[in-house]
Design a protein around this ligand. Structure first.
Ligand code: XLS
Ligand code: CA
Ligand code: CA
Length: 438
């Protein structure tokens, strides 16, 4: 096998002063941050679909990038060339994981049996490469949104036959995930939602999705999958309304249908902002519910109302993300760059520079989040803000030992109400800036 990305060597850390576009400025894999090497906090993953598949096609024009990797597209030779390109790419960047949909790996055949045979062949080849390089699988998933049969949904379809096709794809994708040692299995409900309630039985559709998830959990556990299942919330696109609108909605759904022990969240930054939340909000809601599993590390554009899947460069966002991750004690999953280079960034060099940008942004976020925690002013303020619950009547409330009558009596005996303290938002924002830009 010959080198695909000729002229691009292993990417090394050169530090913030470096002007070399093909070097890391902040990601220094072995650098110790809060007691551990950076790479331990940042298990990065390559998204097979964007990096090896997406070539710039949009609604208005065809590919701008050449992702044939020297083979004819739509063939198994091309599927193998993508494996070669992917592993060379990950090795050169020091990326330890990848994520995939079933149909990212091979061209989908008309007959599902043929598709599965192709998947068996390619996964043998991937496994060979994994063994040689030590690169691992972060998570797998089934694409149940591209094939026209899923136009009315997969788990939420009106057709029992289509539902079975979805089941067959999940079964195979789970087998592949187990074969490749994946840590997680993702459900992203791309077509699980509706355009109009005039033609939709929401209750029935949600129950059917839950039934399919239960079947997946049962089968996954039966074949030895010990990792987490994930829901990846997204409010819209392609559907006008998707059932997994945001983390709170998805967590409520999992609890209602008894799936919460097997599932966690895979939070994508761009989906958070589409839902009208910050990335940090979605991470916090997941974390406080014990459901922060993995992250799709990308960025949206506040001026656009759709999912742009950009490489993350916003250091504020990445810092607050890493603050949440550190506070939650790290991720059991990882950071999957579900991101694509912009359409005019169409060279091999751009593929590398995109990942360098994303990895550096999260590395900087990690450094800054650690500094915020070590600085202590923000955490200290929050602890102080709620301190009236540390003793006396406050402590009784928190311990669940007070009655409503007792609280009312307490209030009636108060001479002066203690004023709640100032929120000090501007001071804290200043603290954040002083740490980010020192
Ligand atoms: C699409 C999603 C998708 C999932 C995996 O918006 O981000 O790529 O991550 O199916
Ligand atoms: Ca997305
Ligand atoms: Ca995603």
């Amino acid at each position: 096998m010959s080198e695909i990305f000729k002229g691009i060597d292993t990417i090394r850390y050169e530090g913030p002063q470096s002007k070399n576009p093909l070097a890391f400025k902040f990601y220094d894999a072995e650098k110790i941050v809060m007691g551990k090497p950076m790479k331990a906090y940042l298990p990065f993953a390559m998204a097979w679909w964007h990096n090896l598949g997406a070539a710039g096609t949009d609604m208005f024009g065809r590919d701008t990038a050449d992702k044939s990797f020297g083979a004819e597209k739509g063939t198994m030779a091309h599927a193998r060339a993508k494996v070669d390109a992917g592993f060379e790419f990950m090795q050169k960047l020091g990326i330890e994981y990848f994520c995939f949909h079933d149909v990212d790996l091979v061209p989908e055949a008309d007959d599902i049996n043929e598709t599965n045979a192709r998947l068996d062949e390619i996964s043998d080849y991937i496994l060979e490469k994994m063994n040689k390089t030590g690169i691992k699988c972060l998570w797998g998933t089934a694409n149940m949104f591209s094939n026209p049969r899923f136009m009315n949904g997969a788990g939420s379809t009106n057709s029992a036959d289509v539902y079975c096709f979805a089941a067959a794809q999940i079964k195979k994708a789970l087998e592949l995930t187990v074969k490749l040692g994946g840590k997680g299995y993702v459900f992203w409900g791309g077509r699980e939602g509706y355009e109009t309630l005039l033609n939709t039985d929401v209750k029935f559709e949600q129950e059917n999705i839950a039934r399919l998830m239960h079947l997946a959990v049962d089968y996954g556990r039966k074949i030895g999958f010990t990792g987490d299942f994930y829901i990846e919330p997204k409010p819209k696109e392609p559907m006008k309304h998707q059932y997994d609108f945001d983390a709170a909605t998805a967590i409520g759904f999992l609890r209602q249908y008894g799936l919460d022990k097997d599932f966690k969240m895979n939070i994508e930054a761009n989906h958070a902002t589409l839902a009208g939340h910050t990335f940090q909000h979605e991470l916090r809601i997941s974390a406080i519910n014990g459901m922060l599993g993995s992250i799709d590390a990308n960025q949206g554009d506040y001026l656009l109302g759709w999912d742009t899947d950009e490489f993350p460069f916003d250091v504020y966002e990445a810092t607050m993300c890493m603050y949440e991750v550190l506070k939650a004690g790290g991720l059991t999953g990882g950071f999957n760059f579900d991101a694509k280079s912009r359409r005019p960034s169409n060279t091999y060099e751009d593929m590398f520079e995109s990942y360098i940008l994303g990895m550096d942004t999260f590395a900087l976020g990690l450094i800054k989040a650690a500094e915020i925690i070590e600085d202590g002013r923000i955490d200290g303020f929050i602890a102080q803000k709620y301190s009236s619950f540390n003793e006396g009547i406050g402590a009784k409330i928190v311990a669940g030992e007070a009655t409503l009558e007792e609280l009312a009596d307490y209030a009636h005996n108060l001479k002066n109400t203690t004023e709640p303290c100032s929120g000090k938002q501007e001071r804290l924002q200043g603290v954040l800036n002083s740490i980010l830009f020192k």
